[in-house]
Write a protein that binds this ligand. Structure first.
Ligand SMILES: NC(=O)c1ccc[n+]([C@@H]2O[C@H](COP(=O)([O-])OP(=O)(O)OC[C@H]3O[C@@H](n4cnc5c(N)ncnc54)[C@H](O)[C@@H]3O)[C@@H](O)[C@H]2O)c1
Length: 315
């Protein structure tokens, strides 16, 4: 058993750029952890972020916020990895993949050395391929490593469906599974509002192909207008990462679509992608296999093959 039952949980965030700091800020505001350790290849940046964040605690709650090195993560119950590059102009996705694969390989070796009991949550993109890689590189139990996967895409879809039906996204139960990327699969067959299937609500938009395609496309492409406008996405993924960390620290056993290496679920083997998982103190406590329809099953198999191809591209 790891030490998460402690009443003073410690979270390490590796990579404190826009995503890592959005997560850290959410954790400060939501009082998620007693100690936040910020680690970055640019240590000065981590120092600056730690000082800046720490100075808000008088109005929230006492939190020990500090910059550290990988070797300081021995006390961490959960480590979030948001280190690595975004795609730059002139750079192919494969370049990015190879670059971030090297980052993840190095970080997992250091985490195995310094924080072997921590639950590791990966946010760095391409998150599914890097989660599979991390699982292969790490000697920690497999249930203690997962990727944020389609938790963000699912939040986006629930927001869009909530807006369309005039209800809170929290009352929308719908999942996006598969790749956190272009081949993601929205599960229409199981989507409900308050237990009522979409299309049977008696009010709201017509639940036809055009509506489904519009919501699927806006969900899949949600990052692009944000990147166009501000250069990167960070705030919603920050909220997502805080929520995932909180579920683990508080052993909430709630279900989130996170990236895990599939072991025969949906007929897929040896590829990390998102399915609904029960998360708690020890990481991934269980996996759920939704009752998908044949079209969705085919799309999930295709998503797995795309990811398998990207993994093969790593050599
Ligand atoms: N999973 C998701 O849903 C999601 C959403 C948005 C962004 N992302 C991904 O998150 C990652 C970070 O994005 P960002 O916008 O914060 O980038 P960023 O450039 O703002 O920050 C990245 C940070 O990582 C640090 N870093 C690089 N290599 C490191 C290493 N080996 N050890 C420690 N730190 C290291 C850099 O110094 C930098 O501070 C990207 O891969 C991005 O694609 C994922």
């Amino acid at each position: 058993m790891n030490k998460i039952q402690s009443s003073s949980p410690t979270v390490g965030i590796v990579g404190v750029g826009s995503v890592g700091m959005a997560a850290a800020y959410a954790m400060l505001l939501r009082r998620t952890a007693s100690t936040l350790i910020l680690v970055d290849a640019d240590h000065n940046r981590a120092r600056g972020e730690a000082m800046d964040l720490a100075q808000g605690q008088a109005l929230v709650e006492r939190v020990d916020v500090r910059a550290g090195a990988m070797s300081d993560l021995g006390l961490a119950d959960v480590v979030v990895i948001a280190a690595g590059a975004n795609q730059k102009r002139g750079q192919t996705r494969l370049d990015l993949l190879q670059k971030n694969a090297n980052v993840i390989t190095g970080l997992m070796a250091e985490l195995d050395q310094h924080a072997p009991d921590a639950v590791v949550i990966i946010a760095t993109n391409p998150v599914d391929v890097l989660t599979q890689l991390a699982l292969g590189k790490s000697s920690r139990p497999k249930h203690r490593v997962f990727g944020s996967g389609t938790t963000l895409d699912t939040a986006r879809m629930r927001m869009l469906l909530g807006n369309a039906h005039g209800v809170s996204p929290r009352s929308v139960h719908a999942y996006v599974l598969g790749e956190h990327g272009d081949s993601q699969v929205p599960l229409w067959s199981t989507a409900t509002v308050g237990g009522t299937k979409l299309g049977l609500l008696g009010s709201g938009p017509v639940f036809d192909d055009a509506f489904r395609e519009r919501i699927a496309s806006e969900t899949r492409n949600a990052a692009y207008p944000i990147i166009e406008a501000k250069g990167y996405t960070n705030l919603a993924i920050g909220v997502v990462l805080e929520a995932l960390v909180s579920v683990v620290l508080r052993d909430q056993r709630s279900v989130h679509p996170v990236s895990v290496s599939l072991d025969g679920e949906l007929g897929i083997q040896g590829v990390a992608m998102s399915i609904p998982c029960i998360l708690g103190r020890d990481g991934v406590l269980g996996r759920l296999v939704p009752d998908v329809d044949p079209t969705e099953r085919g799309a999930l198999a295709a998503s797995a093959e795309i990811l398998r191809g990207k993994l093969a591209g790593l050599g």
